[in-house]
Structure formats: structure tokens, C-alpha cells
Write a protein that binds this ligand. Structure first.
Ligand SMILES: Nc1ncnc2c1ncn2[C@@H]1O[C@H](COP(=O)(O)OP(=O)(O)OP(=O)(O)O)[C@@H](O)[C@H]1O
Ligand SMILES: [Mg+2]
Length: 259
């Protein structure tokens, strides 16, 4: 999807890395997304927020191909990927972190990391694993520990490292710091920033309820209410100072959405 923006009096032509336009999606007869659109550009740190049940996880599942929308189009790097399988989307550069059950607790940390690299050629696996351990250094000492014995923060770091094994250009993260203390949540976000700096991740779209921590990280915010996009802003920082401005969207009905 092509867009035009004006900066310092000049018109700039750009392309979305990923765009989903007018998405309708349902579970059986229950419609959850209603003409929802989202655009993610390179360098975006997009925060997708909204109340419980708003459809945030559903939207990510649509983007990664786990749920087929009844209406709408998805483009990635200029190609229409609407009919692509999840596997093809992932091997083409879209990384996806599930909201829950995103590690295998009975396997060791090393085995989980290797599982994340399931489609990578054998000769690249070791290099990729070393790259991951440079970002998540603390996992080096725990490679033979059963993943189920890690702390909450360590588990999420492991889950993110599994996603990074594919070296995605775009990361879709569903509540990476759910259930973590503010300190552990900040540390997960630091790891994500680091991955963006050193592992070729060009953009991140993250669902998060912990606004205090994630608003400091984001450069764009999308609010989803009742399956509709209710608000988009390129200035998430203003909500850090005035969270009540953001909270007011949470209490709006989907029918009052402004976009
Ligand atoms: N597999 C499913 N089958 C049927 N309904 C589902 C399924 N998954 C989600 N839903 C319903 O779809 C709606 C949106 O759910 P979704 O998980 O996308 O919300 P969410 O915004 O991610 O919420 P949360 O913040 O609680 O994670 C909810 O009403 C939920 O009950
Ligand atoms: Mg969810």
C-alpha cells in the first residue's frame, strides 16, 4: 500500500511494510473484526491497544494467516499475501509471538531455541543461535534447563528468541510482558529494542496492556474497540503524560469509532 505524507513542506512517497485493509473476521457465526485496517511502516514501533475482547489477538492472527478473513486484503512488502499460508508468511519475514503457550515447557531452553529455527538450513542454525544468545545473554547459562522451570520474564525472552530464530523483518508480538512485574516488563521491551537494533527487525507491532511501560517504547498507537479501529496516533508520548486521553477511547462504543 502506497502513502504520501508531508514533512517540512515536502511531499514524501512511502510504502507500508504491511497493510491490512477493511478486514472482517469471524469465529463461526461470531464476527469479531469489522472493516479493521492497520498499516505498519519500516521503523514503526506500533502499539495495538484496546479492552479485553476488542479483537487485538484476532487481528494479529489474521495478519499471520491463522484466521482467514471473510473480507479484506493484506499486503506485505508490496505483495498481496491474503492467500498465503502461515508458514509462507513466517518464512517470508513475519515473526509472530503467541499470547500464551509460546514455549514448550518440557523441552530444554536449547531445544526450544532450535525449534524456533525449524525451517532454517542446518549450516545456518548454529550462527543464528549464537546471534540470539548475544541478545539474550542470560539464556547462555540456562541452555540445558527445562524451559518450564524459567521465570515468567525468562520464558517470554525465550519465546521471543524462538521467533527471532527466523530473522523476521516484521515482529508481531501478542502481550510479550503479560503477567510480568514492571521491572521484568521493561527488560522484555529492552530485549525487543536490542533485537530491532542488531537482528534486522525493521518494524514491531505489539499488543500490550501495560501502557505505562509500552507507551515509552512506542512511536505509533492504534486503538481497537469492538473489532473496529477507533483511534490512530503518531504521538503516543502525549498519552504518557495524560493517560486519561487514551482511556476515554476504551470506554467508547464501537459505533462511536472516529476512523
Ligand atoms: N477461538 C475462538 N473461538 C470463538 N471466539 C473467539 C475465539 N478467540 C477469540 N474469540 C472471541 O473473539 C473476541 C475477540 O477476542 P481476542 O482474543 O481477539 O480479543 P483481545 O482483544 O485479544 O482480548 P485480550 O486483551 O483479552 O487478549 C472475544 O469476544 C473472544 O471471546
Ligand atoms: Mg488477546
Amino acid at each position: 500500500m502506497c502513502w504520501v505524507t508531508r514533512k517540512c513542506g515536502k511531499f514524501i512517497l512511502g510504502f507500508s511494510m504491511l497493510s491490512a485493509v477493511n478486514i472482517d473476521a469471524s469465529y463461526g457465526r461470531k464476527q469479531v473484526l469489522f472493516r479493521a485496517s492497520i498499516s505498519i511502516e519500516e521503523q514503526d514501533r506500533l502499539l495495538l491497544v484496546g479492552p479485553n475482547g476488542a479483537g487485538k489477538s484476532t487481528l494479529l492472527q489474521v495478519l499471520v494467516g491463522l484466521l482467514v478473513p471473510s473480507v479484506g486484503k493484506i499486503e506485505f512488502s508490496g505483495r498481496n499475501i491474503s492467500s498465503w499460508s502461515t508458514r509462507k508468511r513466517i518464512t517470508s519475514g513475519i515473526g509472530y509471538l503467541l499470547q500464551s503457550e509460546n514455549i514448550v515447557p518440557g523441552l530444554s531452553v536449547r531445544e526450544n531455541i532450535l525449534l524456533g529455527g525449524y525451517s532454517i538450513k542446518r549450516n545456518v542454525l548454529a550462527t543464528r543461535q549464537a546471534e540470539i544468545l548475544d541478545v539474550f545473554g542470560f539464556l547462555k547459562d540456562k541452555l540445558d534447563v527445562r524451559a518450564g522451570l524459567l521465570s515468567g520474564g525468562e520464558r517470554q525472552a525465550l519465546a521471543i528468541s524462538m521467533v527471532l530464530m527466523q530473522r523476521p523483518r516484521l515482529l508481531l508480538l501478542d502481550e510479550p510482558s503479560a503477567g510480568l512485574s514492571p521491572k521484568a516488563a521493561s527488560s522484555v521491551l529492552e530485549n525487543i529494542k536490542h533485537a530491532q537494533d542488531v537482528m534486522g527487525v525493521k518494524a514491531v507491532c505489539m499488543v500490550e496492556h501495560n501502557l505505562k511501560v509500552s507507551l515509552k517504547w512506542a512511536n505509533k498507537i492504534v486503538v481497537l474497540i469492538g473489532g473496529k479501529v477507533a483511534h490512530v496516533s503518531d504521538e503516543p508520548g502525549i498519552y504518557l503524560k495524560q493517560p486519561q486521553k487514551l482511556e476515554k477511547y476504551f470506554f467508547k462504543k464501537a459505533s462511536e469509532a472516529e476512523v
